[in-house]
Write a protein that binds this ligand. Structure first.
Ligand code: DLL
Length: 419
């Protein structure tokens, strides 16, 4: 392990379990104080194996108890509100005390250090501020030792101007915006840039894009995963990039079968369920994320004992059903980056005719490639073959020049329903 807090990150799993049980019981007490959980939870469990008997909490529960149903402290103790992105109607709100924020800061700092951020590094934070947790979370932990350019969602022209002039070594971004941003840089900008590290989160990032970022742009992409409702990111990439470590001294994670609600054995895919163990203000218990992943068996070679999950590529709610076949937008992205060797941008249109659904995918490409009909035909064939094999659906592809599709802000909207 190159950086981080050895004492906690490398604690034995037995010590961790002991700590988690103590903290879980503390959370049960806190949760019992809230309107929503009052009388519905035991005061204590004797063993972590009893967690599986506790009720789940869902996004719907949070909405129904908006705004203060899950508040476990007096309102004046709330230091900050955040809300989950992408929700329409009643926002899924979360609230944090100063102590909660200090735990967020610890994680955020540790993630940055694990990604190789060093004292004095210049960081351009291109994640949006506002209700989204991303920028607040990633910046606060590291701002005392690094130099922050808090561009937020300021528009790509300004983003590039500051990027070229101030030469950050690190960016914080959603993966979709990072991809878009890279397509907007000139070859000269890329040649001159000081960028080496990107910490990205808020939506899936494909392994192929990570590879392209490294090989073509010299940028090491570190994934960061979490949810607003449970206090922001709680899983992070270390220097080995072999799965995302869970901050297990702050979170209790289970993987369940989304249909039965039962635990699945370690190593099997299922829905991630998380209980934050330190949240004073908003003590949610067994929160169903709707995100599909698995625990990676074995210990990481970095030396951290926190268990790892597979990077999240599937969110149950994003699933498209195309004539009986389940397709996730992230699978389409994987196919694209398998063959397109530069950052790109794409948009999936779902169309319907006489009850039959079809996919039309706009894919942005550099003009040199669009002008070379042989290369373009070859690419089209490769892409279609991969898609047919991987997602068993054959879409129609529409290649367009870089910069044609709408500018991305924050999390990318990759799918539109044209019917
Ligand atoms: O996206 C919190 C966050 C901020 C995470 C910054 C990472 C970095 P929400 O807006 O509440 O919170 O959205 C949570 O986004 O259930 C996942 O479906 C998705 N998501 C978040 N991070 C990742 C990731 C923030 N690294 C929802 N990979 C989650 C895949 C992600 N999906």
């Amino acid at each position: 392990m190159e950086q981080g807090n050895q004492k906690i990150d490398c604690m034995s799993q037995d010590q961790l379990k002991e700590l988690q049980l103590k903290l879980f019981n503390q959370q049960l007490k806190r949760a019992g104080e809230t309107k929503s959980y009052h009388g519905k939870l035991p005061n204590e469990i004797a063993n972590l194996s009893e967690v599986k008997n506790l009720p789940f909490t869902t996004k719907e529960d949070l909405r129904q108890n908006f705004p203060y149903g899950f508040l476990a402290v007096p309102q004046e103790k709330i230091a900050r509100f955040n809300a989950s992105s992408g929700t329409t109607g009643i926002p899924t709100l979360a609230y944090f005390t100063q102590t909660d924020l200090s735990f967020l800061d610890k994680r955020s700092k540790e993630q940055s250090l694990a990604a190789g951020v060093k004292e004095g590094d210049i960081i351009q934070c291109m994640m949006g501020y506002g209700l989204f947790t991303g920028a607040w979370y990633h910046v606060r932990g590291i701002q005392n030792i690094a130099t922050i350019i808090p561009t937020g969602a300021c528009g790509t022209a300004k983003q590039i101007l500051l990027f070229n002039s101030l030469r950050p070594k690190v960016v914080f971004s959603t993966p979709g915006y990072l991809q878009y941003f890279l397509t907007q840089l000139s070859d000269e900008d890329v040649k001159k840039m000081a960028l080496k590290i990107a910490i990205v989160g808020g939506e899936p990032v494909s392994q192929y894009f990570k590879k392209i970022a490294k090989e073509k742009y010299g940028v090491d992409v570190y994934d960061s995963y979490g949810l607003t409702e449970t206090g922001g990111p709680f899983a992070f990439d270390c220097e080995r990039h072999e799965g995302l470590h869970l901050f297990e001294d702050q979170f209790y994670v289970e993987i369940i079968d989304p249909d039965t609600g039962l635990l699945v054995p370690d190593g099997e895919y299922g829905e991630l369920v998380v209980t934050p163990l330190r949240q004073e203000a908003f003590p949610v218990i067994r929160y169903r994320t709707r995100d599909i992943t698995r625990i990676i068996p074995g210990q990481c070679l970095c030396g951290r004992t926190y268990r790892r999950i597979e990077p999240i590529t599937h969110r149950i709610d994003d699933m498209m059903i195309i004539n009986g076949v389940n397709v996730f937008p992230s699978q389409i992205e994987e196919c694209i980056y398998k063959h397109v060797s530069t950052a790109t941008n794409y948009l999936v249109h779902v169309t319907e005719k006489e009850g039959l659904k079809k996919l039309l995918i706009d894919v942005e490409l550099p003009i040199e490639l669009l002008d070379n009909s042989d290369k373009l035909k070859k690419l089209e064939k490769e892409l279609l073959d991969t898609m047919k094999a991987y997602i068993t659906v054959t879409p129609k592809l529409n290649f367009v020049p870089l910069g044609t599709l709408p500018e991305i802000q924050g999390k990318a909207k990759r799918v539109t329903k044209d019917y």
